[in-house]
Design a protein around this ligand. Structure first.
Ligand code: GLN
Length: 445
């Protein structure tokens, strides 16, 4: 039924850039055989799901929605996909995303953006827009996305579903095509908190193939629904500056719900948050400029047709293969890392990263969870991001601090604006406190 739905409806919302019916049916067959033998199934066995197109899949084209990787077929599976295949997950296809996960609207994809199932003249969000649109449009049960500065939480918020970015290091990045390695993290996108918790439990495992892998403490999905009485929710004032009225109102209502569950609110300032956006865009672009050096026309994907000598070949391949936003970030990254500007930008950003981490540590001495909007607004109208790039960067204000500090955070729906577009609420936890935020999200739901 899901495969039929994808075939019928994907052309309207462009959530999938590649359907994988054979892979799906062969996993489903294995599950059928197990059932026929009367064997018990694992939690995710036989569940139809998706992978963002920056997650490597052996023998299945993986493009990061970039012309430069068109035709690239990985020779190995990402660890998360290895884990899920052992559970006979039914892969419906690879989902649409901003090129190399750089963007907030999915519109930098070389396949065109994914549309918002709530209103197709609005975007699904980004960069994991396809994964969110697939779940919200009932074209998959869950999907894996990646989140470097909000790319799981922001599209989940725009599409009215659940998205979680785990603590840095809990989910292996092996086989995730790198954007900014110190910020990237894979996580679940699902229609409810319990599903997100089940997927998180499955994929959060120690992996020797990822040098930053830490694994997780214990499964969390069985512990949802614990009372919140006496818990403290922190509300940093800075997170509510410049937030659209309707979003602010929905968040105030959510705070009342928590109060009625016995939660105490703690209001405080986190002044260092004003540096989060510049810190994010300096560090992310710096790391991207290094990570994307490998696309040279020799090792992967696209290579230019006509050239004289190797320098022209590399230059033309990169000029033709990368889109405008990716080029902009490579240029910015090289600039902040160049010898004349390194101290003024990159080093300063690294120092401020330390201050942001410390500010969150202090905050979690006063509260169990921090609550904020996920995005200061609802889903952009199509074309908004291409009009004003800086304006788009500014909308990442609530999500990027979490990646800078390596913290876990979840976005859950908490209402609608006047035109029926969903509003998302973000719950942030201290490192490795996934259970705390999932439980708080579950109690709200
Ligand atoms: N919107 C942010 C950016 O453009 C976040 C992207 C991401 O998390 N991959 O970089």
């Amino acid at each position: 039924a899901y495969l039929d739905a994808v075939q019928r409806e994907n052309s309207h919302i462009n959530a999938y850039i590649k359907a994988t019916p054979e892979t799906a049916l062969s996993a489903a067959k294995k599950v059928d055989e197990k059932l026929a033998r009367g064997e018990e199934l694992l939690p995710l066995e036989g569940i139809p799901m998706t992978l963002k197109d920056n997650i490597s899949t052996k023998d299945i084209e993986t493009t990061c929605c970039s012309n430069i990787l068109k035709g690239y077929i990985p020779i190995y599976d990402a660890t998360v996909w290895q884990i899920l295949q052992k559970q006979n997950a039914v892969l419906l296809g690879k989902t649409n995303m901003d090129e190399f996960a750089m963007g907030s609207s999915c519109e930098t994809s070389c396949f065109g953006g994914a549309k918002n199932p709530h209103n197709i003249s609005h975007v699904a969000g980004g960069s994991s827009g396809g994964a969110a649109a697939a779940v919200a449009g009932n074209l998959a049960v869950y999907g894996l996305g990646s989140d470097t500065g909000g790319s799981i939480r922001q599209p989940a918020s725009f599409c009215g579903i659940v998205g979680m970015k785990p603590t840095y290091g809990t989910v292996s990045r092996y086989g995730l095509i790198a954007y900014a390695s110190s910020l990237d993290q894979i996580g679940p996108i699902a229609s409810c908190v319990e599903d997100a918790a089940l997927v998180y439990d499955a994929i959060a495992q120690y992996d020797p193939m990822d040098s930053t892998s830490q694994g997780k403490k214990a499964p969390v999905s069985g512990n949802l629904g614990q009372s919140l009485k006496g818990k403290k929710i922190g509300v940093p004032r800075e997170y509510f500056d410049g937030v659209r009225k309707e979003v602010s109102f929905a968040l105030q209502q959510a705070l009342k719900v928590y109060e009625s569950l016995g939660v105490q609110m703690v209001y405080f300032d986190l002044p260092v948050l004003k540096y989060a956006l510049p810190v994010y865009y300096i560090l992310a672009c710096a790391e991207a400029s290094s990570n994307l050096g490998r696309y040279d026309g020799i090792r992967y994907g696209y290579k230019t047709q006509h050239y004289n000598g190797i320098h022209e070949m590399i230059c033309k391949t990169r000029s033709e293969g990368f889109g405008a936003e990716v080029k902009r970030r490579i240029l910015l990254g090289n600039y902040v890392l160049s010898s004349g500007y390194y101290d003024a930008y990159y080093k300063k950003a690294q120092n401020l990263r330390g201050s942001i981490i410390q500010a969150f540590k202090n905050a979690f001495a006063q509260c169990d969870v921090i609550l904020s909007p996920t995005v200061p607004m609802t889903a952009f109208k199509e074309g908004f991001s291409s009009q004003d790039q800086v304006e788009t960067y500014l909308t990442d204000i609530c999500t990027v601090p979490v990646n800078i500090a390596g913290l876990p955070a979840i976005s859950i729906p908490c209402g609608f604006d006047g035109s029926g577009l969903p509003i998302g609420m973000q719950l942030i936890g201290d490192t490795f406190c996934e259970e705390t935020i999932l439980n708080a999200a579950y109690c709200f739901e």
